[in-house]
Design a protein around this ligand. Sequence first.
Ligand code: TYM
Length: 337
Amino acid sequence: KQRILTGITTSGTPHIGNYVGAIRPAIEASRNQDNLSFYFLADFHALIKCQDPDLVAQSTREIAASWLALGLNPEEVVFYRQSDIPQIAELCWMLNCVCAKGLMNRAHAYKAAVDQNGEAGEDPDFGITMGLFSYPVLMAADILIFNANKVPVGKDQIQHVEMARDMAQRFNHLFASKKKPLFALPEYVVDDDVAVLQGLDGRKMSKSYGNTIPLFLGEKQLRKHINKIKTNLLEPGEPKDPDTSTVFQIWQAFANEQQQAEMRQAFADGIAWGEAKKQLFELINNELAEPRERYNELLANPSYIEDVLQAGAEKARRYSEPLLDRARHAVGIRKLG
Ligand code: TYM
């Protein structure tokens, strides 16, 4: 079976970008009997950006509840929390020891932080911690410890998956024979139809920009958020360009082909922004109303979620333990005698 793996960082409320870019395609892939899917809550990754313990814990509940509410079947997949798998942190260290620092210098997240803050040397308050710097190494450990073949992600994560592949190659080259490599070489899978979803301000929708549309807002709030999407000043009746419009971009992510064509036409005919947003609200609300109810029920029952995660972690460790043993042996961390 192909092993599919993906994770979401638990540093905020899940948003429709996570849904469209990661959760929806991942759940679809999990229904294919040829796949074995590993989906997880990246709470170690959350610590990189977020030093608010309650937020990390709350986000973990919310993201777990989202996956389940949207139809992920924990019996069919391996669904777990990163920090419940100690082998990930251990492998992360081993990978740190074979990963060139120069490779990490090129990582987007690190480079963006340097652009914003400068090198920031010794002040952790500037946000450039060792955690941020070696974020792709931890992500590589997530992927390699389960020998994942395919990693479905949004476009922003492609570079990280490529780096994981580099690290797997390097590790295999140093510590395994050509015939029997230790780690599978992972590939990213990006759905070309799904662009990076834009947020309310037109930049990439992201927890760190505070421009998201949370996935399971109540109807009133959902409508309010959609009304806040930035538009240009064109009046009703004036033709509008769908390809530069956030409203249309989000529409595309939820609409079928016919609906897309119809909205394109409506833009050409000068649909009013208020009307386009009203239709967008209805489209999203239709897709999310049912899972939203399940989500709210699940959130009210955190001990059920925890049980699901514990069962998932046990299942996950059945894969990660033997592989880590082999990695330990390969690098020379062995019992003596
Ligand atoms: P994170 O939590 O930022 O995002 C989770 C997933 O959602 C996708 N995504 C988007 N897709 C479309 N439009 C957007 N605006 C948008 N925002 C986010 C992301 O591409 C991602 O697929 N480091 C990862 C989590 C992670 C991971 C892994 C993923 C940790 N270990 C191993 C895959 C494999 C992250 O912070 O994603």
